[in-house]
Design a protein around this ligand. Structure first.
Ligand SMILES: C[S@@+](CC[C@H](N)C(=O)[O-])C[C@H]1O[C@@H](n2cnc3c(N)ncnc32)[C@H](O)[C@@H]1O
Length: 220
């Protein structure tokens, strides 16, 4: 596979939460095969804990319309659709190689008819979408999360849920690990997102220490 993007942080090693050993998702063999290939190629796809949490939450919520920012090769998208048999997924990816791989993978997972894939920049694409999403999985450029928040809030229906991934950034955001110089700006932007989401009167938000950290917001 030839990909130009990899986000794996190499400055501090992998981060394991104390709960990681309990939180094992149920993943179909087809999705797991793609995921393992992705790990080998250092393509950024969701870790076990994040998928386990998404699986639990989505099983309860059964959203009809899901929006994902950051398709990569379709692992989380395929997993969410597998968990929600009635759902449709709109997913945005700016890397053409990933977009094409995801297209093939969605076919393999048997969910293509329920996916609208968009090749483009998430910040631009979210301004073109219509309100009415039940669930948003925000998993692309972390530095932009805070900029995306107003548009994502608009796209969510009342009662809709927004999950932002990688919110604790390998422990830099909580101070567990010292932030490397090159990550300082990113950490500041992610902290701004947390402040905006937790301080927003229209959202109820909890930051949870699962995987690489998730911010879970519900729109009132
Ligand atoms: C962490 S990966 C997504 C992983 C995927 N959600 C999963 O768990 O299988 C982040 C993805 O966001 C994409 N991305 C980064 N910035 C973006 C942007 N501004 N617009 C659209 N996609 C972007 C990257 O190319 C990458 O594929």
């Amino acid at each position: 596979m030839d990909f130009t993007y990899a986000h794996k942080d190499t400055s501090g090693g992998e981060r394991q939460t104390p709960t990681a050993k309990f939180n094992i998702p149920r993943i179909t063999p087809a999705i797991q095969a793609v995921r393992e290939e992705a790990f080998k190629a250092e393509i950024p796809v969701s870790d076990d804990e994040t998928l386990c949490f998404l699986g639990t939450l989505l099983t309860a919520l059964q959203p009809k319309e899901i929006l994902e920012l950051g398709t990569a090769v379709g692992v989380s998208g395929g997993f969410m659709l597998g968990t929600c048999p009635e759902a449709r997924l709109t997913t945005v990816e700016r890397d053409e190689n990933f977009y094409n791989s995801a297209k093939r993978n969605f076919k393999t997972f048997g969910v293509s008819e329920r996916v609208v894939q968009i090749l483009g920049d998430a910040g631009e694409e979210i301004t073109k979408l219509r309100r009415g999403y039940d669930f948003v999985f925000l998993d692309c450029a972390k530095v932009q999360y805070v900029k995306y928040l107003p548009a994502l809030k608009n796209l969510l229906r009342s009662g809709g849920v927004l999950v932002a991934d990688d919110i604790l950034l390998f422990g830099y955001v909580t101070g567990e690990r010292e932030t490397p110089k090159k990550r300082k700006m990113l950490v500041e932007h992610v902290k701004e997102y947390i402040a905006a989401a937790t301080g927003d009167e229209e959202l109820i938000t909890t930051v949870i220490n699962i995987g690489n950290g998730l911010a879970v917001s519900v729109k009132k």
